[in-house]
Design a protein around this ligand. Structure first.
Ligand SMILES: CC(=O)[C@@H](O)[C@H](O)COP(=O)(O)O
Ligand SMILES: NCC(=O)COP(=O)(O)O
Length: 244
């Protein structure tokens, strides 16, 4: 079965716009669980623009489904992950000035440091995931350093779709499918996510090697109109339909 991880970061974006306690990302996460989410994803950015340290503490305490903590590979974040022991830790590249996560980690160029970095996380029982593009060099490097999971960045595929650049979108989709095949053949669990919507999820969900999709921004946006539960249920329905 293809799992759906619901990313609740942008509930915190709305909360932080006013500095109120609402809307509460934990409440959204519990609603997502009730609507059938298989896991909750939260990205504790270094600049704390959405999810806060307190959110992570409360999510780690209250969730029944697995928590996937996305974070930069910094000493501060490693200490936080070791304190809260989430089910999974997904390492992502971060730039302070970016609007959203622009690309994947350069695992090939940073292999020795990342191997050392993930060792204590693995020893603490976390499933370590690396957020990367579908470049075979990055996938092979992820396998070499002992990651359990790679999450393939679907942002470019989604952007090309939105811009109507269908040749580029289809080439990107083919690259993601090829990357998923390579990663699975190397023994990695394969996830995908970033920017996915009702319109773009089908062809990604149809890639047979994928075990999990992480989807946030679109679901939170859609929930303004339909409520979070129905948005998640519709995404789940489209994922299942794509799997036949
Ligand atoms: C790594 C990833 O794809 C998500 O965490 C996404 O980055 C959500 O957070 P931002 O929108 O702040 O990038
Ligand atoms: N890792 C991708 C993720 O968690 C969700 O990304 P998005 O759907 O918020 O763009």
């Amino acid at each position: 079965m293809l799992r759906l991880g619901v990313n609740i970061d942008h509930v915190a974006t709305v909360r932080n716009a006013r500095g109120t306690p609402w809307p509460d990302p934990l409440r959204a996460a519990l609603l997502a669980e009730a609507a059938g989410a298989d896991g909750i994803t939260a990205h504790l950015r270094e600049d704390r623009r959405h999810i806060s340290d307190d959110d992570i503490a409360r999510l780690a305490d209250a969730l029944s489904v697995p928590l996937n903590l996305e974070m930069a590979a910094t000493p501060e974040m490693q200490a936080i992950a070791l304190r809260h022991r989430p089910h999974a830790v997904c390492l992502v590249p971060e730039k302070r000035e970016e609007r959203t996560t622009e690309g994947g980690l350069d695992v090939a160029a940073d292999a020795a440091r990342l191997a050392d970095y993930i060792a204590p996380l693995r020893a603490a029982g976390a499933r370590v995931s690396l957020f990367i593009g579908h470049d075979p060099r990055q996938i092979e490097a992820a396998a070499r350093i002992g990651a359990a999971v790679v999450e393939l960045h679907t942002g470019a595929y989604c952007d090309y779709d939105t811009e109507g650049r269908h040749d580029l979108r289809d080439a990107e989709l083919a690259g993601l499918a090829e990357g998923a095949r390579l990663a699975a053949s190397l023994g990695l669990e394969v996830h995908a996510g970033h920017g996915l919507t009702f319109d773009t999820v089908g062809p990604i969900a149809a890639i047979p090697e994928l075990a999990e999709l992480n989807i946030g921004h679109f679901l939170i946006a859609e929930s303004i109109f339909t409520g979070l539960g129905p948005a998640i249920e519709e995404m789940r329905r489209r994922m299942d339909a794509a799997r036949g």
